[in-house]
Design a protein around this ligand. Structure first.
Ligand SMILES: Cc1cc2nc3c(=O)[nH]c(=O)nc-3n(C[C@H](O)[C@H](O)[C@H](O)COP(=O)(O)OP(=O)(O)OC[C@H]3O[C@@H](n4cnc5c(N)ncnc54)[C@H](O)[C@@H]3O)c2cc1C
Length: 235
């Protein structure tokens, strides 16, 4: 096995083989392709958000909820994710405020349910996150008021990380993840996908690793099957 560290720029299928072109112009041929190129998170455009993301602001309550438990927390989401995320984060703290950054995204029914669980809603436009060395201290609003918070969860958008040109016509799901069956096969013959590139949403390392293992077994099985069929035809 050889690991090539350069980025893939183009993948096309010619007859039965895939042609994979990397950034130095070299082209490799392959019988099968496993896409494991992950996704990119796009943070909302709020001043200083990058200073805090990954240190006291996170996107996945399953990954980082324990570390932020029992603290004054924020859910920052200007879309429908606000309600769902608030329910998950409420499992980790009794001091939770949803910040919708100027949007009205919660129905009256959702607002009442949240308030009945002690969760407040703040719809003011956020001016900046304030704190030191990535540790959030407060959220500052455009009207110059502020609310003290020590951390929280922020709704991000997800985009495919791979930017290569391709004529492979696999299907994407509503979130932009590559659709596969349980053997990681896409609907393009010979193309498999695993991990975040398939999920395009909150994920876990162990899921990506497990799917990588499934994809490897599926490719191995398919290659053996093809070899047997070729031998049968030539016999
Ligand atoms: C802030 C944050 C916190 C997280 N915390 C946790 C946690 O606590 N626990 C947990 O289990 N999971 C956590 N996750 C999720 C976890 O990191 C992912 O689920 C996992 O890394 C997905 O693995 P992957 O191999 O599918 O994709 P990735 O790890 O994204 O790997 C994809 C690789 O493909 C490469 N690539 C992309 N395009 C090309 C190209 N054109 N050519 C060549 N290479 C390319 C990329 O450079 C990258 O190396 C977190 C994620 C984030 C963003």
């Amino acid at each position: 096995m050889r690991i090539e560290k350069q980025r893939v720029q183009r993948i096309n299928k010619e007859n039965t083989l895939f042609q994979v072109e990397i950034e130095n112009g070299e082209v490799y041929s392959a019988k099968k392709i496993i896409l494991a190129t992950g996704f990119k998170e796009v943070l909302p455009d709020i001043p200083r958000v990058k200073e805090f993301y990954g240190k006291s602001l996170f996107s996945c309550p399953f990954c980082d909820g324990w570390e932020l438990r029992d603290r004054p927390l924020a859910v920052i989401a200007n879309n429908q994710k606000a309600f769902h995320m608030a329910k998950l984060v409420s499992n980790w703290t009794n001091d939770l405020i949803i910040f919708t950054n100027g949007s009205k995204v919660l129905s009256l029914e959702e607002q009442e349910l949240l308030k009945s669980k002690g969760i407040s809603i703040n719809e003011k436009k956020i001016a900046a996150f304030i704190g030191k060395e990535g540790m959030l201290e407060k959220i500052q609003f455009e009207d110059e008021t502020a609310v003290l918070r020590e951390g929280g969860f922020i709704a991000t958008e997800w985009k495919q990380a791979a930017s290569f040109d391709s004529s492979l016509e696999y299907t994407l799901n509503e979130q932009g993840g590559i659709v596969t069956d349980s053997w990681q096969r896409t609907n393009t013959e010979g193309v498999f996908a695993c991990g975040d590139t398939r999920i395009a949403g909150p994920s876990q390392l162990i899921i990506a690793a497990g799917e990588g293992c499934m994809a490897a077994m599926a490719v191995n099985g398919a290659l053996i099957e093809e070899k047997f069929n070729e031998e049968k035809q030539n016999a």
